[in-house]
Design a protein around this ligand. Structure first.
Ligand code: PMP
Length: 426
């Protein structure tokens, strides 16, 4: 199975005009063979590729699609602002309104600063933490993704070791390991940076242990260091406030991105009072960081987050999908693992060390109109109706049937996937 003719033609042109044909997380290098590289139209939870094939899109733009592609209220707010003033010689009043809104809605936020991408936010948070503490070491969970800047990119080609000095690691949920890492950092520990739950590619997702989250806070306090929560992927998809609010663990700095403008480019760092002066002291900026249209979009997103209905819709759809898949897997007699929150699902098969089964499963699902990923957590969105979920389940039913019919006769995974697994020692 391969992508369509128009997609292949664009890939051939891209191979000449764009280094490597495509780069970053949108390159289809690790995707199943039938995944398209190029798309033409998006609406609600649906996506159409350049060959006109329609999908229910479980990738949700790798996160930004929270309320639905082109959600009318968000789109209208962004459009209206774009007509009057967007990127200008100074910010609009919306910047103040958005900062006030985030401070009002997020328990641990006393202030907010805005930027464009998740990497901008995590990089800015690291600078602020170092400015605040006068220390160097940032502890992160091993293999966790915090963006593509030199200090954190998972593929450090073109990066100097010096740029990654003072970044040290612990294993997620490993209390003893965290204690040892904090101890090793000693007086130089600036901050512990982590995601609300573990959501790395090619690994089962892992909920945070409440005891671990509390330990993070306790160790940071004892060391005079900060806690930074990276909510770029989880933000507002799991809760209408911060993901750890329910645990009663308050971060000092939180990074937001992806969903904040429901697709309009905007990200943010929010923080506690004690970090305010440090946040004011760093020089951080960008030509587009102050643009007003994405802020208008973000205000509309925050309004819908406050209304709350979106979370019910999203979670209802996510649960229906999880239950439907579990029923199908049991009926077809497959050990099928669904890890992470239902709203951010990741699937794998038991007894599938080389991932042939999950790759084939997603490949057939894509051919049948459900855009799934075999290696990256997916994202439910609030535009998904029960009928959309049923459409996905039709595609996965076809995929389970295909696997049963083929039994062990499965195509190998794409070569870059095999190489990635080998590098992970699997
Ligand atoms: N942090 C996390 C947890 C992420 O998932 C991502 C993006 N996938 C980033 C940071 C970086 O965000 P961006 O790609 O917008 O720079």
């Amino acid at each position: 199975m391969t992508s369509g003719q128009a997609d292949r033609a664009l890939r051939a042109r891209a191979a000449k005009a764009i280094p490597g044909g495509m780069y970053g997380h949108m390159a289809t290098t690790l995707a199943p063979p039938s995944a398209s590289q190029f798309y033409a139209r998006a609406e609600g939870c649906r996506l159409w590729d350049v060959d006109g094939r329609e999908y229910v899109d479980l990738l949700s733009a790798f996160g930004p699609n929270l309320l639905g592609y082109g959600e009318p209220r968000v789109l209208a707010a962004a459009r209206a602002q774009m007509e009057v003033c967007d990127t200008a010689s100074g910010p609009s009043a919306l910047m103040v309104e958005l900062a006030e809104t985030m401070v009002a809605r997020i328990a641990d936020a006393e202030w907010a600063m805005f930027c464009k991408n998740g990497s901008d936010a995590t990089g800015m948070a690291v600078m602020i933490a170092r400015a605040c503490t006068g220390r160097r070491v940032i502890l992160t969970a091993r293999n966790s993704y915090h963006g593509a800047q030199p200090w954190c990119t998972p593929r450090p080609v073109g990066v100097l070791p010096e740029e990654r000095a003072h970044i040290a690691h612990f294993d997620y949920n490993d209390l003893a390991g965290l204690e040892a890492a904090v101890e090793a950092a000693g007086e130089d520990l600036a901050a512990i940076l982590l995601t609300p739950h573990r959501h790395e590619t090619f690994e089962d997702q892992l909920d945070v242990d409440a005891a671990f989250a509390r330990k993070v806070r306790e160790l940071a306090d004892r060391a005079g260091a900060l806690v930074m929560l990276d909510e770029v992927r989880t933000g507002f998809r799991l809760a209408a406030g911060g993901a750890w609010e329910g645990l009663g663990v308050a971060p000092d700095l939180t990074c937001w991105g992806k969903v904040l403008g429901n697709g309009q480019p905007i990200s943010a760092v929010t923080g506690a009072e004690k970090v305010r002066a440090a946040a004011a002291s760093v020089f951080v900026t960008g030509s587009f960081w102050f643009s007003a249209a994405p802020m208008a979009a973000a205000l509309e997103v925050m309004a819908q987050v406050a209304e709350g209905g979106y979370l019910d819709r999203l979670q209802t759809a996510a649960r229906r999908l999880r239950e439907g898949l579990a029923e199908q897997a049991a009926r077809h007699d497959f050990g099928f693992v669904q890890s992470g929150p239902a709203a951010m699902p990741l699937f794998r098969f038991e007894e599938d060390a080389d991932l042939r089964r999950i790759y084939r499963f997603c490949d057939v699902a894509i051919e049948n109109g459900a855009l799934l990923s075999p290696y990256h957590n997916m994202f439910a969105n609030a535009a998904m109706t029960p009928a959309d979920v049923d459409r996905v389940l039709e595609a996965t039913e076809a995929a389970f049937r295909d696997l049963r019919a083929r039994n062990a006769d499965l195509p190998p995974v794409p070569a870059p996937v095999a190489a990635r697994l080998a590098a992970m020692g699997r």
